[in-house]
Design a protein around this ligand. Sequence first.
Ligand SMILES: [Zn+2]
Length: 426
Amino acid sequence: MGKLIIKNGRVLDPANGLDAVRDIAVEDGRFAGIGESIDAAGAEIFDAAGMCVAPGFIDMHVHLREPGFEYAETIESGSRAAAAGGFTTICCMPNTLPVNDNATVTSYIIERAHRHAIVNVLPIGAITKNSAGEELAAIGSMVQAGVVAISDDGRPVMNARLMRRAMETAKSFGVPVIDHCEDLNLSAGGDIHEGIASVRLGLRGIPGASEDVMVARDILLAELTGARFHVAHISARHSVEMVAFAKARGLAVTCETTPHHFALTDSDLIPYDSNYKMKPPLRTQCDTGAVIQGVMNGTVNAIATDHAPHAGSEKMQEFEKCPFGIIGLETAIGLTLEKLVHTGKIGLTRMVELFTNGPANVLNLNAGRIQTGAAADLTIFDTERRWTYDVNKSASKSRNSPLDGHEFRGGPVATIVAGEIVWMFI
Ligand SMILES: [Zn+2]
């Protein structure tokens, strides 16, 4: 592998406090230098004039469906969708078949990713065996095998005593616990957020409280155990307030939100269109406002997509029978620019932080910044490029996006993993 110089880009590297036009030199897949003008003799040149150049974006919450549901997504296809969305690292949730609840499955995923993925894939292990919420999974051996966190995502851990033990175990192995915060008794049977929209459509509702009570319980358990606790896909107003409260108390509590949870509300949903059915559900303007406030004031640590591919046959059933979730890797940068940056709510530095050192800090990854000698992962994006999302051209194997046909202003331009351009907009 030779030398690559990314020239004249606006380099945004929040972890190093940098926002300036710079050249970046990459040699043998690693960062070799950064400066105002680097001699490019003999090197391949990427002219990034007018574009933003950032440390590689990290999506800490995706579902890759392999092993077990390869008809909906594979590690390879998911990694291609990630690259097309500007992500250089993705963390995959354990709800595969079998569930990633032991080191054998963890090693299998890492091995498959090594061979087939075009971006970095970091597995997340289950909290409980089969994510059934009854006994703890083999957490220690999974951490040794390479999981970066534990989660039963898709489900909460309903038993508080078990969650306490999970937090104690995770703490001793130095990984965070990510909870899909949902009280299943409160949400049972619900399809969309409980409110005016659910009444109007005659659908059963999922109250914001089903998320809030679990966030509250987990914060208390995090205080009790001293564990690192991370709220997945935060969507409800009181949940955001409670995370802010926990942070003010100095607890190791963090949270992520998804682009659809700050970009869409339950009044945007097209009746009975399953591409608007996800968990947590799209909530009200009031909740969205609180999530955006949390993004602005630092309560929210990361933007993660919760990319959840489902085959067409699954999503084309009656609304009540459809699985929850939408794909999101390819539209995340576009939606974030549209709803947060172009509206003036946050600046580009904060946006980059939410995709880079924000998630890297949550997971304690040595990534999300430009450092000499480290693997050269970079995300190059343009804040102005107009483009239209065509879900039928998605690199994902699934098509379940509510953003098909959406016109974006700004999006990814190139994705560089270990010095190699793995995706480029053409
Ligand atoms: Zn979830």
